[in-house]
Design a protein around this ligand. Structure first.
Ligand SMILES: Cc1cc2nc3c(=O)[nH]c(=O)nc-3n(C[C@H](O)[C@H](O)[C@H](O)COP(=O)(O)OP(=O)(O)OC[C@H]3O[C@@H](n4cnc5c(N)ncnc54)[C@H](O)[C@@H]3O)c2cc1C
Length: 346
């Protein structure tokens, strides 16, 4: 990689997506420096063809082969770039593994990312869908996102307010193809502000005998809960939640809750809207543990589609469509994929 990049033609992608489905990239390009990336963007097969940026491949379903080059950003530096008595700004290159970044910040004594522990993928992808878990979203801590414009090779800096973060959404997701995120800066606090009132955290800490937890204790407790609930992609291919929790008008949520009193309903970002539990809707349609060939729904979580071995991306997509159709028919609620589908239109 002495020029800052490495290429491979007809590159297998099976080991490069957490579903573990077979696909091939006509050209695979690993890039380690912004300068090399700017150069790669001028190559005709990148400049003139649609290309895909990939991080850890944990939020992608290859329902077919990508049409053009696949670019993987490999720079992996993490450092503190600004600090005061109260806060520090941590800068991570796009290729840093998100979980490593969380652990690094906790080791420095910084607080904020503890509830986002063990989410697979890279720092560069985190702002794309504003990753979230256990009552926290990455966007809350974003100080700035640096993104290279593929058309010009210029790096632009977006402050938090310019990122338009929303539930599993951001301007980077809405403007796909216009941003190559090269670095992420997070503003974290030296003082703990723990969020423990979410699904099982307090109970897990109590079970471990911890009554005044540190951020690391919270991260460890959440890691334990996640390991018990979510299948490990190393053993059973999956991409975490396949669908977003649907956001509906409050009146629709209330009407559904009258018919189905057990349906979990959460606050949404806007007061006139509510968020429904997609897992509950799917479970109510009887899908948990379902299997068609090697494409299935996890036993432990109705939102997680799994590859039992040799399922193709197209088979997983077909199953996802059947799940969404059944939820639509029974509840008149439309499910949308959380992940990006390549090689097919949802
Ligand atoms: C077991 C499991 C659990 C999960 N749990 C959660 C969870 O709790 N919360 C949550 O929000 N998500 C979760 N996910 C989904 C996933 O981990 C996140 O969406 C993660 O941010 C994806 O990162 P990635 O690097 O793998 O992105 P990829 O899958 O490689 O890419 C995802 C999208 O981002 C784009 N992209 C990637 N890197 C860049 C870049 N540098 N610049 C521009 N675009 C880029 C890609 O083109 C693609 O559109 C889970 C996934 C798994 C497998």
């Amino acid at each position: 990689m002495n020029q800052g990049f490495r290429t491979q033609r007809d590159a297998p992608l099976r080991g490069r997506n957490t579903f573990g489905v077979t696909a091939h990239a006509p050209l695979w390009i690993e890039v380690t420096t912004p300068e090399a990336l700017a150069g790669v963007l001028t190559w005709p097969e990148v400049r003139d063809e649609p290309f895909l940026v990939i991080g850890g491949g944990s939020n992608i379903l290859f329902a077919g082969d990508p049409q053009g080059a696949v670019i993987s950003l490999r720079a992996r530096d993490i450092r503190i770039v600004e600090q005061s008595d109260q806060h520090a700004v941590v800068r991570a290159d796009a290729g840093v593994r998100w979980h490593d970044l969380v652990q690094w910040t906790l080791r420095q004594g910084l607080n904020g990312l503890e509830n986002l522990v063990l989410i697979p993928g890279t720092a560069g992808a985190a702002p794309i869908q504003n990753i979230g878990a256990y009552g926290t979203e990455a966007g809350e801590f974003v100080h700035a996102v640096e993104s290279m414009d593929p058309a010009t090779g210029r790096v632009r800096r977006f402050r938090q307010a310019e990122c338009d973060f929303a539930y599993r959404d951001s301007r980077f997701k809405r403007e796909a193809g216009r941003h190559l995120i090269v670095a992420l800066e997070l503003r974290l606090s030296w003082r703990p502000r723990l969020r423990l009132n979410y699904a099982g955290i307090a109970q897990a800490l109590e079970a471990a005998g911890i009554d005044s937890p540190s951020a690391q204790d919270v991260a460890d407790a959440i890691a334990g809960i996640r390991r018990a609930k979510l299948p490990d992609p190393e053993r059973l291919g999956n991409a975490g939640s396949f669908f977003k929790n649907p956001i509906v008008p409050t009146a629709v949520a209330e009407a559904l809750q009258e018919r189905f009193p057990d349906l979990p309903v959460f606050a949404a970002n806007r007061p006139e809207q509510r968020k429904l539990s997609a897992a509950w809707l799917i479970d109510a349609c009887g899908w948990k543990g379902h299997r068609t060939g090697d494409a299935g729904i996890a036993d432990s979580h109705a939102l997680v589609l799994v590859n039992h071995g040799q399922a193709s991306g197209a088979e997983l997509l077909d199953l996802a469509r059947r799940v969404a159709d059944s939820v639509q028919q029974r509840f008149d609620v439309m499910l949308e994929p959380e992940l990006r589908v390549i090689g097919a239109v949802w």
